[in-house]
Design a protein. Structure first.
Length: 195
């Protein structure tokens, strides 16, 4: 009887995982040609999940390539990264191009927080680590998420700067995420500072 219950539970879990994976792969992908397109959730060269062989998009991330390729009906079109905003991938994650690199948009409430992997020397070799950046607007300069950059950028919001100084002791801690509220702690402080 215990084996039967275990088999039923395992089957339910497996079905749930497969459905979630299928749903993630059926999300449209495409390019945001402008900042306005991103803000209005308007995808160009959008893929149709029902016809995955239709349009293919290649962001050329290796060595920070300067172009994006779009292949449709066997025809290839090249777009320059510095002339488009970004893209949405099959996991529904949005990315912004900045300096020929793609940065994942992690949060856009109040100000933007981005994440990118960067190779850093760890012992005898290199390992990718997650590095965080921010910008005040979707199309403004992107800066590393550091205590100094926050203090300079938000110098007019004294309450926020004081809250950040009291809460965070290192640059690394600025990326702290509150799993209960599902938000970056720095964003919670920013919202609180505006009250």
């Amino acid at each position: 009887m215990k084996q039967f219950k275990f088999a039923v539970i395992a089957t339910i879990i497996l079905a749930f995982v497969l459905i979630q994976k299928s749903n993630a792969q059926n999300q449209p992908t495409g390019l945001y040609l402008t900042t306005s397109d991103y803000l209005n959730h308007k995808l160009s060269y959008s893929t149709d999940p029902a016809h995955p062989d239709g349009i293919k998009i290649f962001a050329h991330q290796f060595l920070e390539g300067k172009t994006v390729s779009v292949v449709s009906s066997g025809k290839k079109q090249i777009l320059e990264k510095n002339k488009i905003f970004g893209y949405r991938d099959s996991n529904s994650d949005d990315f912004r191009f900045y300096g020929n690199r793609a940065y994942q948009i992690m949060d856009s409430t109040g100000f933007f927080i981005y994440r990118a992997d960067k190779l850093m020397q760890q012992g005898k070799g290199y390992k990718p680590i997650k590095v965080y950046y921010f910008s005040t607007k979707s199309d403004s300069e992107m800066l590393p998420l550091t205590l100094e950059n926050i203090a300079i950028t938000f110098r007019e919001n004294k309450k926020f700067r004081l809250m950040v100084d009291a809460e965070f002791k290192s640059d690394f801690s600025l990326a702290a995420f509150d799993n209960i509220s599902k938000a970056f702690k720095i964003k919670e402080l920013y919202s609180e500072s505006l009250k």
